[in-house]
Design a binder for this molecule. Structure first.
Ligand code: F6P
Length: 320
């Protein structure tokens, strides 16, 4: 294999730059030409790419976001868009692509692989929602960002003896909410995997905790559950505690990647190039039991999420 390319797709995540750096350096060190595609699959359709060398990726390992920019590309879901992308690959002699992104990005990688362009996926998303992998790049940084933001909020919540209902990102996966909830000692945690009777659950938790003389409360709610302002009003009416709501939003996606994200991204980026060199296609690199392994993308996309109810129950038992 002489020429490969790398792109980032979907929501950006801290650590994507470290993965790009590893792909470019590993590719160049193997004597390959490496292209960086801008704006995800859209750049492949638009012929928006440039050759990268080992110095093009200097001083990016510590930066959040992605130097290649990213997009959620609807045009790529249509055959016309896909064919335009394949034409670009032919034009530049691209024989393999490393796709850094989430499950939507892997669907694109699978479709390109099926059409003769070998692709290797690297899980890059704050959501930790790639079922086949124990970890996705960006998750650790994001978790720490949420924790730091909520620690700040806690100062004011405690000072005013208030309740704060905080909405956390995560797409349809509750990992960010559950684990940040544990890290900040939330009184109640609401995740999409266990979300029946949200109001009842939260109000019961607050009432129970109030009996132990607690006067301030942090309630962590996963996005998608929605209605944090409405839930805050309900809590205020039912529990008699002044309550505010806060949507943390995109601040969660930014910032310098943690050591864990830089290391995992670097190792995965390197591994992606090794797989392409071996002639592999349609694989996603994952972490399983602390080891870097890979799965068929089709198989990976069809795995079912198993919710860790034990951790959820422990979180509630010790946050009283
Ligand atoms: O996948 C990352 C993520 O931040 C999700 O947590 C969230 O649901 C979504 O992206 C937000 O997307 P956008 O940046 O397009 O609003």
């Amino acid at each position: 294999m002489n020429t490969i390319a790398v792109l980032t797709s979907g929501g950006d995540a801290p650590g994507m730059n470290a993965a790009i750096r590893a792909v470019v350096r590993a590719g160049c060190e193997s004597g390959m030409k490496v292209y960086g595609i801008n704006n995800g699959y859209q750049g492949l359709i638009d012929d928006d790419l440039r050759e990268l060398n080992i110095r093009s990726v200097s001083d990016i390992i510590h930066r959040g976001g992605t130097m290649l920019h990213t997009a959620r590309c609807l045009a790529f879901k249509k055959e016309e868009g896909m064919q335009a992308a394949i034409e670009t690959c032919k034009k530049y002699g691209i024989e393999g692509i490393v796709v850094i992104g989430g499950d939507g990005s892997f669907r694109g990688a699978r479709d390109l692989s099926l059409r003769g362009i070998p692709c290797i996926g690297i899980p890059g998303t704050i959501d930790n929602d790639i079922v086949c992998s124990d970890y996705t790049i960006g998750y650790d940084t994001c978790l720490n960002t949420i924790m730091q933001m909520v620690d700040r909020v806690r100062d004011t919540v405690e000072s005013h003896s208030r309740c704060m209902v905080i909405e956390v990102m995560g797409n349809r996966c509750g990992d960010l909410t559950l684990n940040s909830g544990i890290a900040v000692g939330a009184t109640a945690i609401v995740i999409p995997e266990i979300s029946s009777d949200v109001e009842k659950h939260v109000i019961e938790r607050i009432r129970r905790t109030m009996k132990t003389d607690k006067k301030h409360f942090l309630i962590m709610v996963a996005e998608g559950i929605g209605g944090v302002a409405e839930l805050a009003r309900k809590i205020q009416d039912e529990c008699g505690v002044e309550t505010r709501s806060l949507v943390l939003g995109h601040v969660q996606r930014g910032g310098s990647p943690s050591a864990k994200d830089r290391i995992v991204a670097s190792l995965m980026g390197y591994e992606a190039v090794q797989l392409l060199k071996k002639g592999e296609s349609n694989r996603v690199i994952v972490i399983k039991d602390d080891k870097i392994v890979n799965y068929d993308i089709y198989e990976a996309l069809n795995m079912q999420r198993v919710v860790n109810t034990e951790v959820y129950n422990i979180a509630h038992e010790i946050s009283i």
